[in-house]
Design a protein around this ligand. Structure first.
Ligand SMILES: Cc1cc2nc3c(=O)[nH]c(=O)nc-3n(C[C@H](O)[C@H](O)[C@H](O)COP(=O)(O)OP(=O)(O)OC[C@H]3O[C@@H](n4cnc5c(N)ncnc54)[C@H](O)[C@@H]3O)c2cc1C
Length: 387
């Protein structure tokens, strides 16, 4: 009843082969390490290199820059496989789906050649630093500065909640090159941590303890007179950062929506297995009408979510995914993901509350989906502006 991922309208034979290979790799190489990564709050650096060798990194970056030469469909297949196989917290969507695309879209030939091949091999791990302790949703209000000084920018400020924050060697920093301006003062400056960590003024804070996504390293970072060459500015001139962020947002929001739909489908699959197995009062849990009606509703929503997101994938590929539609996809699919995982957990009774049951972990992992990538309230504001 759930859509077969191989039958999505944008799938083809090459993508089915990628899906099969990625799933096999994740089950063999990553799944056994998940308990360790969740305990240490961080994916091993070695895993990034292995993922690079397996072709899982920068899949939608051109081959001439070391990437896989694919498009958004390749990222979507990999995102889905991570969700289907329960590998939560491997920050490839930030690394490959977001930062690599900023470099690919706005980087100079020299910047692309310097960073992308190493990101594709897993030699470099990338992060994006937008959020600050004082501002998250209101990005124009960032207080971090990157002030020109000779051939460098000098960065000062604090960022928080960076996905890959502990592992990252390359950070795309959203900073004000002109603090007297709001949006038009924002630029994206790439900071290579090697050489500036410690004495050079760059430092990392705690690996933050989270409700879910325990294997992800999420950290604060500090810039205290950190120097980055002016050649590390993304784009030809200063002040383009806000526009660059806005241009990339539809893809970033679709990444979250694709993950949400895959998580919904996995939730329903494991719940269906459980309610067919577990008995109470001499009946299977599935035989209670309450279970049947609730699951019937949720399967319907899963189908709607899949059709909507498949359409967004098509639009992204042909260049017609507008910011409003992407915002609709992000808020609605993540809202449904949280509702469905909560309702399904109930069918597991007490076992649903036990971390050894995947549904418990999925419940904890899902909550952030409504907050990051632009909170769902911000998504609704964007939609409402177009009414
Ligand atoms: C696990 C995790 C990973 C993350 N990864 C990254 C990352 O890699 N890089 C990065 O830069 N950031 C990252 N973030 C940060 C995330 O994007 C922000 O937390 C998010 O944008 C919200 O910002 P905030 O936390 O400052 O909340 P605030 O902006 O303070 O908002 C608080 C609440 O008020 C609501 N609100 C705010 N403004 C309005 C409004 N105008 N109208 C109605 N409601 C409003 C919000 O929706 C929210 O519910 C991550 C966060 C987490 C928890």
């Amino acid at each position: 009843m759930l859509t077969d991922p191989n039958e999505a309208p944008w799938m083809d034979e090459e993508l089915r082969i990628l899906r099969e290979a990625a799933g096999r790799f994740l089950r063999k190489e990553f799944a056994p390490l998940m308990p360790k990564w969740e305990k240490q709050g961080r994916v091993d650096r070695e895993a990034w290199r292995k993922a690079g060798e397996a072709g899982l990194l920068c899949a939608s970056i051109p081959e001439c820059h070391g990437g896989g030469g694919g498009d958004f469909r390749h990222e979507a297949v990999l995102l889905q496989e991570l969700a289907f196989n329960g590998i939560m917290g491997f920050g490839n969507s930030v690394h490959s789906g977001i930062v690599a695309h900023y470099i690919n879209a706005y980087g100079s030939a020299e910047q692309k050649q310097r960073w992308l091949p190493k990101m594709a091999s897993g030699e470099l791990v990338a992060a994006i630093a937008m959020t600050e302790p004082g501002t998250g949703s209101d990005l124009q209000a960032v207080a971090t500065t990157a002030i020109a000084d000779g051939g460098d920018y000098v960065l000062n400020g604090q960022k928080t909640f960076l996905t890959n924050g502990i592992n990252a060697d390359l950070i795309c920093v959203v900073a004000k090159t002109d603090p007297s301006e709001a949006a038009s003062g924002v630029s994206l400056v790439m900071v290579e941590t090697e050489g500036v960590e410690g004495e050079g003024g760059f430092s990392r804070g705690r690996n933050l303890e989270k409700l879910g996504q325990k294997a992800a390293d999420t950290a604060e970072v500090f810039f205290d007179d950190v120097r980055a060459p002016k050649a590390n500015l993304l784009g030809e001139k200063e002040g383009q950062g806000f526009i660059q962020l806005m241009q990339q947002l539809p893809q970033e929001r679709l990444i979250i929506a694709v993950g949400a739909v895959a998580a919904i489908e996995k939730t329903l699959r494991i719940t269906a297995d459980y309610v067919k197995e577990r008995k109470a009062f001499g009946k299977r849990i599935l035989d209670f009408q309450n279970t049947q009606f609730k699951l019937a509703e949720r399967y319907t929503e899963a189908r709607l979510a899949r059709v909507f997101v498949d359409d967004c994938v098509r639009r992204l590929l042909d260049g017609t995914l507008d910011a409003t539609t992407a915002a609709m996809a992000k808020w609605w699919t993540t809202q449904k993901q949280c509702e469905i995982v909560d309702e399904c957990l109930q069918f597991f009774g007490g076992y649903g509350y036990m971390m050894e049951f995947p549904i418990a972990r999925m419940y904890a992992d899902s909550r952030i989906q409504k907050i990051y990538g632009g909170s769902n309230e911000i998504m609704k504001l964007l939609i409402a502006r177009e009414i």
